[in-house]
Structures are given as structure tokens and as C-alpha cells.
Design a protein around this ligand. Structure first.
Ligand SMILES: C[S@@+](CC[C@H](N)C(=O)[O-])C[C@H]1O[C@@H](n2cnc3c(N)ncnc32)[C@H](O)[C@@H]1O
Length: 269
């Protein structure tokens, strides 16, 4: 397998992916250390789905674990994105989607992968469009969606087995009480809607038609070598706003995993 090293170096990577020849992509995030804490079932022979796959880290991991078929689901049409205060014609969105597709294609080619890329919004998952799956992964996606429970119920329509969710959380929402809560982010110009505490994610899963069968404790997904850090000058310009955030986020992004099974009764609607 020949690897286009120049293309790998000049691409914009979200994921740190190990390619043949000792090359690791300079991702914004490095999920490799998180792999061992996730409760992977036996995947050999299964048809698997990676929802919101971006560069394809989880999809390639499922292929490596022996899945019979893997579908990497993402979108290529900016009108499928509903971010607060963004317009579909905003070229930042198109650039970002193009970067994800280019990174996936490069990793796919370098790994000699047979993962199939499908461009379809999670809300449009239907057995007629994509078939059904034995296992699915969803990573760091719910906080970007206007309707996370609707997205989960769409995944349930095509899933006959477990769903592994590894989602961004705000554990500080647990400081006062452990009941399900989510904060509305919606900062101008950012692609975020909500950040829930772990109980909030569990509640969303139930609302989407899943029973949570296991979950982990919050942990940090580490930045990769491609992460951009806030400059010191910028931190000092707005010290109260940026320093506390940077202390947490210099280490990465707090996440929590959940293993869920489709509930016997489908969600309403
Ligand atoms: C933050 S990245 C997460 C990538 C990967 N799942 C992970 O955990 O590292 C979110 C991905 O979801 C995709 N996405 C956003 N809205 C989507 C939608 N409605 N349907 C499918 N994918 C979507 C984005 O294009 C992006 O690639």
C-alpha cells in the first residue's frame, strides 16, 4: 500500500489515525487511548454503522475488529446542518465537510479499507435507504444536533443490536444534583446546541427508544498533535472568560460512554 505522505501532511485531520508505515495523522483529537475503556462487543461477522463518522476513526476500528461490513455515515450537503446562527451557504461549513471527506478518503485509501461512506443525515436513516445493522457507534454528535432524541430514534429504526455512544458531557452540571440536565450552548458562530450531564445523555437515549445497559465515568478525550491552542496573549486579554475554560480544555474534551439496547417498545412519534 503506497501512502501519499504530502497529502496526509497537508490534509486537515479531526482524528489521529495510525496508517501503515508508522504514520499517524495529526488529528485535533486522539481517541486512541479511549479505545480500551469502551465496552466493545464481539464484532466479527456483524454489519456495523458509524454515525457522524468524520475521518472514520470508529469505522476503521470496527473494520479492524473483524466486522463483516462497516458503513461510515456523514453528510456532504451543508443544508443538512442546522447549527445555531449558521447559514447553509456559509463557506466554513462546506470547507469543514470537505475536510472530513478528504481525510476519510485518504485514510480509507492508505488503510486499503472496504468501509463504505454514505452521505445521509442521521435523521433520514431508514431500513429502505441503508438496510439494518447489528451494532452502531455514535461519537460526539448529539451536542451538534438540534434534535438529539429524534436522531437517536432514527438510529433505532435501523438497529437490531447495541448502540455505543461516546458523547461530550459537562460533568460540572452534576456538581449540584445528579438529575438529567443539559445546558443550551448556542454561542454565536459555533456549531453547538447542547451539553448534557451523563444522566442527561442517558435520558436522551431513553427518549430515543433505547435502554441503557452500562455506562462509564466521565473522562477526557485528549487533543491530538493537530489541535490549535489558544494563544497566551488571547487568554490574558480576556482572563476571566478564557483561562478557566482553557485549563479544562487544554487537556481535551470531557466525554462519557454508554452502551444501550433498542427498547422493546419504540419511542412515540
Ligand atoms: C464532532 S464530529 C465527531 C466525529 C466522530 N464521530 C468522533 O466521535 O470523533 C461530528 C460529525 O458528525 C457529522 N454530522 C453533523 N450533523 C450530522 C447529521 N445530521 N447526520 C450525520 N452526521 C452529521 C459532522 O459532519 C461531523 O463529521
Amino acid at each position: 500500500m503506497t501512502i501519499d505522505v504530502d497529502a496526509v501532511e497537508t490534509a486537515t485531520w479531526y482524528h489521529t489515525i495510525d496508517l501503515p508505515g508508522g504514520i499517524s495523522t495529526p488529528g485535533t483529537y486522539d481517541l486512541r487511548p479511549a479505545l480500551s475503556r469502551l465496552p466493545w462487543p464481539e464484532l466479527r461477522g456483524l454489519r456495523c454503522l458509524d454515525v457522524g463518522s468524520r475521518d472514520g476513526f470508529y469505522a476503521f476500528e470496527m473494520e479492524r475488529r473483524g466486522a463483516a461490513e462497516v458503513v461510515s455515515l456523514d453528510i456532504d450537503d451543508p443544508s443538512d446542518i442546522h447549527f445555531p446562527a449558521f447559514r447553509p451557504e456559509n463557506e466554513l461549513i462546506q470547507n469543514d465537510l470537505d475536510n472530513g471527506k478528504r481525510a476519510f478518503d485518504l485514510a480509507h485509501q492508505s488503510l486499503g479499507s472496504t468501509v463504505q461512506r454514505r452521505c445521509l443525515s442521521v435523521y433520514r436513516l431508514e431500513p429502505e435507504a441503508i438496510g439494518t445493522f447489528d451494532f452502531a457507534v455514535l461519537g460526539t454528535l448529539l451536542l451538534h444536533l438540534r434534535d438529539p432524541a429524534l436522531a437517536l430514534s432514527a438510529i433505532r429504526r435501523v438497529l437490531n443490536g447495541p448502540l455505543l455512544v461516546n458523547e461530550a458531557v459537562n460533568p460540572s452540571l452534576d456538581l449540584f444534583r445528579r438529575r438529567p440536565v443539559a445546558e443550551a450552548l448556542m454561542w454565536r458562530g459555533t456549531p453547538f446546541w447542547w451539553l448534557a450531564n451523563p444522566s442527561g445523555i442517558a435520558r436522551l437515549l431513553e427518549a430515543g427508544g433505547f435502554d441503557v445497559v452500562a455506562s462509564g465515568r466521565p473522562y477526557m478525550i485528549r487533543h491530538g498533535t493537530g489541535a490549535r491552542r489558544q494563544s497566551l496573549a488571547r487568554c490574558l486579554r480576556r482572563p476571566f472568560r478564557d483561562i478557566p475554560k482553557n485549563i479544562v480544555y487544554t487537556r481535551g474534551s470531557p466525554h462519557c460512554w454508554f452502551l444501550a439496547q433498542p427498547a422493546s417498545t419504540p419511542p412515540p412519534g
